[in-house]
Design a protein around this ligand. Sequence first.
Ligand code: MEV
Length: 279
Amino acid sequence: MKPRMVKVSAPGKVILSGEHAVVYSYPALVAAVNKRLSITRIGNKKEIDSDIPIGCGMGSSAAFAVASSALNIKLKGERWDLEKINQEAYKREKKQHGNPSGGDNTISTYGGFLWYRKEAESLKTFSQIHSKRKLSNLFAINTGRPNESTKEMVSYVAGLYRKRKSKIDSILKDIGEVTKAFLRYLLAEENLSLEALIKGNESLLENLGVVSKSTIQLIREIEKIGGAAKVSGAGGKKDKSGILLAYHQDPDRLVMLAKDMNLDIFPIRLGEGGVRVEK
Ligand code: MEV
């Protein structure tokens, strides 16, 4: 008899706006991307496959947590229940990251675009957003895996918050305002430019101190050729800062710049499906 095979997959994510601020109860706008992690179980063997860059802010660890929880549910023969998968994944994320907002596992579970908020440990709210904008010409540029883990970056910001509460809280609050503007843009309630929103968010992340010098230089180069880019995820301050979400209305120029600098660049589609069983 052939051993039973179960395969589940979960997507990576980008944060359009709101990283770090979301840990302090400000909103975040997150989107699932067309990069996935899958776990296949055949008999006693487990196989993991992934095209999500690891440890670069694209949600590889959350996708692993979500896929693992989903696999458990399937193997136990329980009902497919997204809320339960998400809760289990959040517990796994907490073990790894200490104080996650829960945004990464939630977007990987549900997919699409989400408006996410952690009001309190036991009240996390989110809404599916149906984007009225096409959001084309978006790329991920990998600046490389940061020295610092997400956990370290989150506790770095927590340290700053303790020392200089009013300054840091005002940056986080401004990030919240950009996130709200981004939402109105997606819903076509306001005519804003995608470049300005990305630049606005990036500049606040730089003020917060989660973007390294070399990444700031790279982003200035992207802006010089008419594009915009931001760190997406926890960032990194010593050397590399993980994935950048980048936009240019003439994508060839962005691709050329990244290639000239020997950086990995790939187009991304936003709003992809959440966790699922694969045939
Ligand atoms: C990490 O992808 C995003 C952070 O806001 C941490 C979190 O939300 O848990 C930096």
